[in-house]
Ligand binder design. Structure first.
Ligand code: HEC
Length: 234
């Protein structure tokens, strides 16, 4: 994914690269072919189509890595615990050009640990999946539903022995490609550190987890200060 220039103090906009296929879901092929109507996507689609098969995939929810430090794709994340969906969330005053959903999942072991403690254990893997928002289809007259194409996947992983701050961010160009780590200077780290409610994760947007963090008193000082300065509205 590519970052556009930030417009505000915490501007984050991502230009999504359409993801073309998933081995488990042949439908993705059709979706990719449709996206091919756009010239740029077409080049990408063909590139994926003809690229060699993925080296390996993580077999369970523990993070696993290739020898070069890339992360193996968490291929079964759709069977994990669902935390939330955002639609067109943007941290810049200017709205993004394209309507998108993002869906957040976490591995079940980490979720159960959070429920008990209000924070994340080592080896937590959180997946943010971007999907296009559609409005014309079937009987729908208003509002948006999610398309079958995954537009991008980002992963936030806690691996204390491996990463100095405990956590690392990865970008996956497709659901089956290995993930590339973002360097510690990337804006991912600073925004999550400065604004996220629990242990650099955005629990303030995960409705089943926020009450647990409030009860266990695990909300970060930075978040509590921000809330005190500007209490949430409706
Ligand atoms: C300006 C702030 C900001 C920046 C910069 C940012 N994020 Fe996030 N991120 C968020 C917010 C807000 C959420 C909650 C999304 C939701 O509720 O759907 C989030 C959620 C996530 C999640 C879900 C797990 C979690 O930690 O809550 C992942 C994975 C993620 N971001 C990856 C990234 C990556 C990779 C980058 C850098 C390329 C990045 N983010 C940069 C604000 C940011």
């Amino acid at each position: 994914m590519v970052f556009k220039k930030s417009q505000g103090t915490v501007g984050r906009e991502i230009a999504y690269i359409p993801v073309m296929r998933d081995r488990a879901l042949p439908k993705f092929l059709a979706a990719g072919a449709t996206a091919c109507l756009l010239a740029a996507s077409c080049a990408l689609f063909n590139a994926y189509e003809h690229s060699p098969a993925v080296v390996a995939a993580a077999s369970d929810s523990a993070p696993a890595y290739a020898a070069n430090g890339d992360m193996l794709p968490p291929t079964n994340y759709r069977e994990w615990i669902y935390l939330s969906s955002g639609i067109d969330m943007s941290y810049s005053p200017n709205p993004a050009g394209m309507t998108m959903f993002d869906n957040v999942f976490v591995n079940p072991e980490a979720y159960r640990s959070f429920v008990a403690t209000g924070t994340w254990p080592d080896k937590t893997v959180m997946v943010l999946e971007a999907r296009e928002a559609l409005s014309k289809g079937s009987i729908n007259q208003h509002g948006h539903f999610q398309g079958t194409s995954v537009m991008g996947i980002e992963v936030h992983v806690k691996d204390v022995a491996r990463y100095p701050g405990g956590w690392a961010f990865f970008d996956f160009a497709s659901p089956t490609a290995n993930g590339k780590v973002f360097p510690p200077v990337a804006p991912c780290y600073s925004c999550h550190r400065e604004h996220a409610a629990v242990d650099t994760t955005f629990v303030q947007f995960y409705p089943t987890l926020l009450p647990i963090a409030q009860e266990k008193k695990t909300l970060s000082d930075a978040f509590l200060k921000e809330e005190a300065a500007a209490p949430p509205g409706k």
